[in-house]
Design a protein around this ligand. Structure first.
Ligand code: NBP
Length: 483
């Protein structure tokens, strides 16, 4: 009996995806470098469906029906290259290799080219939702050729998460690295969203002196508003959890150093090379970085800086009012973070020649993935109608939301600054918004400085061309450098 699809790599993600495939009637070939893991998998889950285990890559490839489809779920980077090389040795023209790991999109572009030379279709596919999602329905973002998509579509649609309207959360994003690119930005947005939630928590915890459980209740209430999302929902759960060992709120016994695996950093690095400001995501990555600066932080405790008291010392009524302001600041900042992420995708689409359907992308993020949120329906509508062509911020629904939240946004940030509570993503998002509002930016001064020290030239508001001022000469001497 042959398998119609195979999975290479049976760690958390691969095992869950293989089981999900089997639960939906697929015959699934499974292979893992260390055979012990395959044996353990078969022992634990073998009875859940049809699995065909192999000890070698050769056997694995031979167990697949032609044209073969193999999904790789191994550690990103070198291990992925190694597995691709091994598979390609036994695979033939017309076969499909899907990389479901968190690959860097430039690697995906390179791998697709290499495989195309052998006639093998290579699909870089972003998979979101973690282990749970992979098992019960992830959101999937495949790149690669149209041909591969047509073959993969029925399989992927069967295992994908379903949005509330029943639509499967998978779509062909575009050629070569497009799928891994949007997955990378998805993770970048996730960083910003998580940091915004953490800043809101910090304001309530230190500013309003609330207990974690109380704050958990606030997040649970917020989840009934336009903030309805997976991340807000799990925040309530985390904050309400007590440590079994000490009986303290769990959040208080967790070391306050945030880890990261790299996709947030890639999102920012790529945005820098594309020239797209993703200030919210960048500040979120840096905030995790600061949390992990052990030496700096220890020194700052040993030799403390003077500063204000974090407590706002508000009575109950004022506290409730301030909580609502935080909610609005969170919503406004969140809109900016998503808008910036979509801008990065749009710019990459132009540079790499991908024709990415943003409305569809927002739709497949409505379920299965970590940033799933109710307001993705609104985002999708905004792109569908063309109102978000320049930026999501100009779509009437979001413009109105920003304007409604604006006063609260400022008040929260001003208060945070006064009380010494850092809100880097709140603040940078508002700065971006105000940067857009400004009719003239101080960038004109920067151009003047650049012309003075480096003869970098500037453009004039009243005449086309590039100009350079002869700064050392007396009087206003200016030469036109080009038209
Ligand atoms: P890991 O990223 O921890 O990778 C472990 C797997 O890679 C094992 O099956 C291991 O085989 C295999 N492997 C390694 Br390491 N080096 C190999 C090599 N040279 N040749 C063959 N196999 C090799 O697993 P994971 O957490 O399940 O994640 C899988 C992929 O999915 C990653 O790219 C990850 O970034 C991505 N992803 C993860 C999540 C998540 O929430 N965890 C979400 C979305 C995407 P062994 O058993 O022989 O050591």
């Amino acid at each position: 009996q042959e398998a119609n699809v195979g999975v290479v790599g049976l760690a958390a993600m691969g095992a869950s995806l293989a089981r999900n495939l089997a639960h939906h009637g697929n015959r699934v070939a499974v292979y893992n470098r260390t055979y012990k893991r395959t044996e353990a998998f078969m022992q634990e889950y073998g009875s859940e469906g049809v699995f065909i285990p192999s000890q070698t890559v050769k056997e694995f490839v031979e167990s697949l029906s032609v044209p073969r489809t193999a999904i790789i779920m191994v550690k990103a980077g070198e291990p992925t290259d190694q597995v691709i090389k091994e598979l390609a040795e036994y695979m033939e023209q017309g076969d499909i290799i899907v990389d479901g790991g968190n690959a860097y999109f430039e690697d995906t572009i390179r791998r697709e080219k290499e495989m195309a030379k052998l006639g093998i279709h290579f699909v870089g596919m972003g998979v979101s939702g973690g282990e749970e999602g992979a098992l019960n329905g992830p959101s999937m973002m495949p790149g690669g050729s149209d041909w591969s998509w047509n073959t993969l579509k029925p399989i992927l649609e069967s295992i994908a998460a379903k949005a509330p309207d029943g639509e499967p959360c998978v779509a062909h994003i575009g050629p070569n690295g497009a799928g891994h690119f949007v997955k990378m930005v998805h993770n970048g947005i996730e960083y910003a969203d998580m940091q915004l939630i953490a800043e809101s928590y910090d304001l309530m915890r230190r500013g309003l002196g609330m207990a974690p459980e109380q704050i958990g209740d606030v997040f649970a209430q917020w989840n009934e508003t336009e903030l309805d999302s997976y991340l807000v929902e799990i925040t309530a759960e985390v904050l309400r959890k007590r440590d079994e060992k000490t009986g303290k709120p769990l959040v208080d016994v967790i070391v306050d150093h945030a880890g990261m695996k790299g996709t947030g950093t890639w999102t920012v690095q790529t945005a820098l090379s594309l020239g797209v400001p993703v200030t919210g995501i960048a500040e979120a990555v840096f905030a995790r970085g600061l949390s992990d600066q052990t030496q700096l932080r220890e020194q700052a405790q040993k030799d403390p800086f003077n500063g204000p008291d974090a407590s706002l010392a508000l009575d109950d009524e004022a506290k409730q009012a301030f909580i609502e302001l935080i909610r609005q600041a969170l919503y406004a900042s969140k809109i900016v973070a998503y808008a910036q992420g979509f801008n990065e995708i749009a710019e990459a689409g132009k540079v790499y020649g991908w024709d990415i359907d943003m409305a569809q992308l927002a739709r497949i993020w409505r379920a299965g993935c970590i940033i799933r949120a109710k307001f993705l329906n609104r985002i999708s509508d905004a792109f569908e109608s063309g109102a978000a062509d320049v930026s999501l911020l100009f779509a009437p629904y979001f413009k109105q939301a920003l304007e409604n939240c604006e006063a609260a946004w400022r008040k929260v940030i001003a208060t945070a600054v006064e009380h010494g509570i850092p809100t880097p993503v709140f603040s940078s998002s508002l700065a971006y918004f105000d940067g857009l509002r400004a009719k003239r930016l101080p960038a004109a001064l920067i151009q003047g400085q650049r012309d003075l020290f480096g003869a970098h030239t500037y453009q004039r508001v009243d005449e086309p061309g590039a100009f350079h001022t002869l700064w050392a000469e007396p009087g206003q001497k200016e030469i036109q450098v080009s038209h």
